[in-house]
Design a binder for this molecule. Structure first.
Ligand code: HEM
Length: 401
């Protein structure tokens, strides 16, 4: 239920005209620190959005679809991928979300996907080992591992993990194409057509030969093809880069903090803590959109109807009102829920898949396979991005057996 709000008492939203996109891309956290200290919400001309950086405000938005709709006007995501569940409110959202059934949930992971993760992990660890010390952990391991896992879960038997990586990147680039670059649109449209063709080709096969994949489940439901296409494109865009980035950033955080790595290696239950702390510290999806449906008050500031909001969970996850010493990666901090998987009705549908593939398999197998895994002092790791943030490169060394 929408709470009663006193519009007259609310403060106006300040303008942050000092924020630039290159600063956000290089390192958004000093920018977020300054914004959070000033106000929970700012109008940011460079981004053409109201950016919400305060934990309580982000949490409120996630829980209240009546005041804060996911169905954004002129959404670039809708243009790039079609109208997926991520840009719908309930009850329409709920219909699409239920169409995914149990495919991404713990039972199916235990029964079918853990074995797939093990197989894929072994394959791409071998690729990394063959590339030799000095190789980039992201391109040789984390990216193809995440892509192949997602390909098999989704049921794209007629595509490769390279197709998945290309589709994911170009569709995401479309959703972020605020500059309206025609080349970016052309690539996104090309990928969108390729995904449509792959779906059209594989659905009849799966109707005759069902398996455990998402596409197989969808093939047997009376759900419009347009919804299947949009939801699958959104899942390709949202289910590949994030586990890749979470794995890469957690490895980077642990290799940069050898005492914490030693703790994890001595106590394997801490792989999970290391992962959750990492996605708090660097949220792979740093910001996602909502639109206000009415004039309203958010943490004391007046948000006008129709405001294009950016829910900056990358900033909320470092809110000092919630987390002590929030800029530091610390697996020993007191447990406190982070917002990296979102919340409310759009809480990440793939959170269990991410945890099982990265915490259950990817990270422990990686550290088992490569003795004395360490950063390469001559080739520094580099992180980048703010709407999506992860390792751009992570060169690593290890001792040969
Ligand atoms: C560490 C990895 C991941 C992170 C941090 C992450 C983060 C998120 C976030 C923040 C949202 C909500 C966005 C919003 O409300 O606008 C979301 C939604 C979603 N995610 Fe993930 N995700 C991850 C992995 C995955 C994986 C592996 C899959 C698929 C296998 C997946 C599938 C989805 C889907 C289908 C939704 C839409 C849910 C809905 O609208 O009801 N995600 N994710």
């Amino acid at each position: 239920m929408t709470p009663t709000v006193d519009l007259a008492q609310a403060r106006p939203i300040p303008v942050a005209d000092w924020v630039t996109i290159p600063d956000l891309y290089a390192d958004p956290y000093p920018v977020y620190q300054r914004m959070r200290a000033e106000a929970p919400v700012h109008w940011v001309p460079a981004v053409n959005r109201y950016m919400v950086t305060d934990y309580a405000a982000c949490h409120t938005i996630e829980q209240d679809q009546e005041r804060f709709s996911a169905d954004e006007t002129n959404s670039l995501m809708k243009r790039a991928m079609g109208h997926s569940m991520l840009r719908k409110d309930d009850p329409a959202h709920d219909v699409d979300r239920k169409s995914y059934g149990g495919v991404l949930r713990p039972n199916a992971i235990k029964r079918h996907w853990n074995a797939v993760f093990e197989q894929n992990c072994a394959k791409y660890l071998e690729r990394l080992e063959n590339a030799g010390p000095g190789a980039d952990l992201i391109s040789e391991f984390a990216a193809p591992y995440a892509a192949e896992n997602l390909r098999l879960i989704m049921g794209f038997r007629n595509a490769t993990q390279d197709d998945m990586q290309r589709w994911s990147q170009t569709l995401i680039d479309g959703t972020g194409n605020y500059a309206d670059d025609p080349d970016v649109w052309a690539k996104a449209e090309q990928s969108s057509c390729e995904v449509d063709d792959a779906i059209d080709e594989v659905l009849p096969h799966l109707r005759a030969n069902p398996d455990h994949s998402l596409l197989s489940g969808l093939a047997h439901l009376p759900i419009p093809l347009e919804a299947i296409r949009a939801n699958l494109k959104m899942t390709i865009g949202g289910g590949l880069n994030e586990p890749r980035d979470a794995l890469g950033a957690t490895v980077w955080a642990l290799l940069s903090n050898p005492d914490q790595l030693a703790q994890v290696l001595a106590e394997p239950s801490l792989w999970s803590t290391a992962f959750e702390e990492c996605i708090r510290w660097i949220a792979p999806i740093g910001m996602y959109p909502r639109e206000s449906t009415q004039d309203t008050v958010l943490e004391g500031v007046l948000v006008p109807k129709g405001a294009r909001l950016g829910v900056v969970v990358g900033a909320a996850n470092r809110d000092p009102k919630i987390f002590d010493d929030p800029e530091t990666y610390d697996i020993n901090r007191p447990k406190q829920p982070h917002l990296a998987f979102g919340g409310g009705n759009h809480f990440c549908a793939g959170a269990w898949v991410a945890r099982a593939s990265v915490v259950g398999v990817g990270m422990p197998r990686l550290f088992d396979a490569l003795p004395n895994l360490r950063l390469d002092p001559d080739a520094p790791a580099q992180a980048g991005g703010w709407v999506f943030r992860g390792m751009l490169r992570l060169p690593v060394l290890w001792d040969r057996r």
